[in-house]
Structures are given as structure tokens and as C-alpha cells.
Design a binder for this molecule. Sequence first.
Ligand SMILES: Nc1ncnc2c1ncn2[C@@H]1O[C@H](COP(=O)(O)OP(=O)(O)OP(=O)(O)O)[C@@H](O)[C@H]1O
Length: 446
Amino acid sequence: MIPRILLVDDEPAFRTLCAQWLEAEGYEVKDCADLNGLRDQLQQFDADLVLLDLSLPPHFDPHHTLAALPQFIDRPVIILTGHGERELALEALRQGAWDFLAKPIDPDMLAVVVRRALTKHQLVRELNSLKQRRQPPLASLIGASPSMENIRALVQRIAPTDVRVLVTGPSGTGKEVISRAIHDLSQRARGPFISVHCGAIPAELLESELFGHTRGAFTGADKARDGLLKLADGGTLFLDEIGDMPLAMQVKLLRVLQEGSYYPVGGRSLETIDVRVISATNADLPEKVKRGEFREDLYYRIKGVTIETRPLDERPEDIPLLVSHFLELQARGQPPLRPDTEAFNWFIHRRWPGNVRELKSALDSVAAIARGGVIRLEDIALLYPDAKPGPAQAAAGDSLEAQVRALEIALITEALARHDNNRTHAAQALGLSRQGLLKKIERYGL
Ligand SMILES: Nc1ncnc2c1ncn2[C@@H]1O[C@H](COP(=O)(O)OP(=O)(O)OP(=O)(O)O)[C@@H](O)[C@H]1O
């Protein structure tokens, strides 16, 4: 794969020149002039590295850019500074930037710094993916709530079969993670897992994306291309947001599911494939069927076994486990950051309308600005000005039982983290016998 670089600078002439240097080094380069451009570009262009000038429109205030930096550091960010901006460059490094280069940029230096960052980043990625692969698949589904326990039990039962699965539930509640766990536990685990975001691909492209096309099938089709169905052959096809699939496409998909075969766009020879289909949606499909927006026959074809995820607010006991899990993932083998009691409480009691995705992204941002290995409420308040100390209100509507579970899990997880997982010390701190603590750890699957 050609490494992709995104260049953010307000001067068009500099962008053109710098892009030429990088392209000559064999990189794919896109550029934009400001932070909004960067956010937009990252939606479609999954850059491996970002080169970021600190003085950007509309504010031309380096501190403004620095404040936004933590949003982008899941890939190496190299800061481009002006002359005499040493302090800012150092601050950027503290905020998680990979390195900095002072303008005027020397093309040889640029090439070396970029290559070094990309190589290291690639190694970290490979290491993480190896670590994740070694984890048993169900261990990736975090949660001790009755709802998550049911889901895990169901996943384990249905994974080895080839039954079709429909995962429903609000956005960000883990529908894709669940689908992936089913694949990883199935006989197809060594085969591909291909994810198709039905809502994100324009209707007119979806058919050729899924079915592929022959050479000359339409203007611009200068080469034949396999579709995602073909790529998923022998594995699992994950149809995300299937509720958004255009009706015309639904008919075509139905045929594939009925017959296991299809014609590529412009092609005359029938392709046969062997895939397991898992679909996901946050829409109410029966309601869509009633309104005539989703085909009833397709609904029954994809339904198979239905797994329903619950909003995170209905399962607060999962939050402490998710917080610890995400902090551990972030730490990449180093000692994870530890939220202090107030910070921990804030995560547990805040409402998370964007569900687990929102919780994860809040943790990522907060972790990026925490110092000294500890996340404190004052760090959180820099990003969430409404973060206040003191025990937050329990969520209205949570049953007493759920609240007690959530509190117990939070206290136990926190005590374990505080005592480096030493259960004897954690039990002492909690005023429990070691045996009592072990029982609770087992009950909650901690
Ligand atoms: N139970 C869980 N255990 C571990 N990680 C989880 C869990 N649930 C969600 N996540 C994480 O939360 C984020 C969102 O999850 P995912 O993409 O699976 O949600 P989704 O329901 O498919 O969302 P959407 O409907 O918007 O596509 C991912 O980073 C995922 O890894």
C-alpha cells in the first residue's frame, strides 16, 4: 500500500511544492488549508501521516491549532513551525505530535522525518494487530451488564453455524464489534471480513462496489474490478446500515441471497460466491417495511437471528470496564493512564447519547491531555467545561440493582487499578475479604 499523507497549510504555493517533493518520494498526497478541511479530508482519506502548519485560517492562532491537535494523533502528526516558534513546537510534542520541522523546510530533512514516522507507526500498528489477534474473540466484547452477557452467550452459540444475523441497536453501541466477534469465532475466521457501509456509498456506485464491473461497463471503467461480494468469498460480508440501502439495490441483493450468484455490472457470466451475511442497522426495519422503504422479503432473508444492543445509558455497569479497556488499548503495552476517583465518577455518571463510540472518543481526547499518568477532573474540564467534582446524580430510570452493580464495578475496577491489580491490597482498601473480592470479580467478569 502506498502511504498516504495529508498536508495542511494555508499557503497554496507551499502546498504544491511540498506535495511534489512527497510524491517524488512515492507517497500519495492530499492537501487542505485549515482544520475544517483536515477533518473533512480524513473522512474519506485515511491518512497515515499528517503534516500540520500551526498558523491556520480563520484565527491564525497556533494555540487554537494546538488545542485541536489531540483529535488527530491516532496517526503521526508532524508540526510545521515558523522561525522562532520553538516553545510552540515543544508544546505540540507534549500534546502528542510526533515531531516538528522548522520552515523553510529542507526537502531531504522532510523525507527522513516522514519516512521514520511512517515506519515506526507501521510497526506499532502491526504489533497491536498481532496482540489483538492473540486475544480470544469474545474478550473483545467488553461489558458485565445482563445485556452484554446475553449477547456474548448468543454470539458463542451462533458463531460456528452459518446462520444469517441481524444486529440492531443505536449508533455506537458495538454492532460492528459484535459482528466481527461472530466472524472471528466462526469456521470462516481465516477468511475475509468485508464491511460495507450501505448508507455511505452513493446509490449509483453501490451496485458496482458490491458486484464489481467488467472493463468498459460504464464511462471511466477502464479496468475490470472485483466487487466487495467477491472479496468476501469464503468469509463474512458485513452490511452496515442496511436500512439505508436504496430499494433498487435491495432487489439485487435479495437475488444474491436467494441464489448465491450474481452478474458483475456489464458482465454476462454468472459469479458464484460463498459468504455469510451479517447485517446491522440502527433503523426500525419492520417500521421501514410498513412504510414501503424496505422490502419485506429481504427483511426476512437477512433477519436470521436478531441481536439487539442496548444504549450505554441503560447499562451503566459496562462503563467502568469499557473505560479500563480503552485506556489499556491506548497504552499499547505501557502502564495505562489511571483516572482518579472524581474523573472515574464523571465517566460513569455522564450521559453518553453517542454510546460507546462517544465514550471512547472522550477518553482518547482526555488521555491526550492528561499528565503524569493520571486523568483528573481538571483535565476533563478543559474539554468538557461542565465537568464538576462531587458525586453525580444516578441516572433517572436506572433500577436500583443496575445502580448498585455499576457502583460496585466502578469501585472494584478503580481499587484494582490503584493497587496495580494486587487483589489482596484492593480487598483491604475496599474493606472486603480477599475471597469476597474474588467472588465479585468473578460474578462481574472483571
Ligand atoms: N462492548 C464493546 N466492547 C469493546 N468495544 C466496544 C464495545 N461496544 C462498542 N465498542 C467500541 O465502540 C466503537 C463503536 O462501535 P461500533 O462501530 O461497533 O458501533 P456500531 O453500533 O456499529 O455503530 P454505527 O451504528 O454507528 O455503525 C468502536 O470503537 C468499538 O470498538
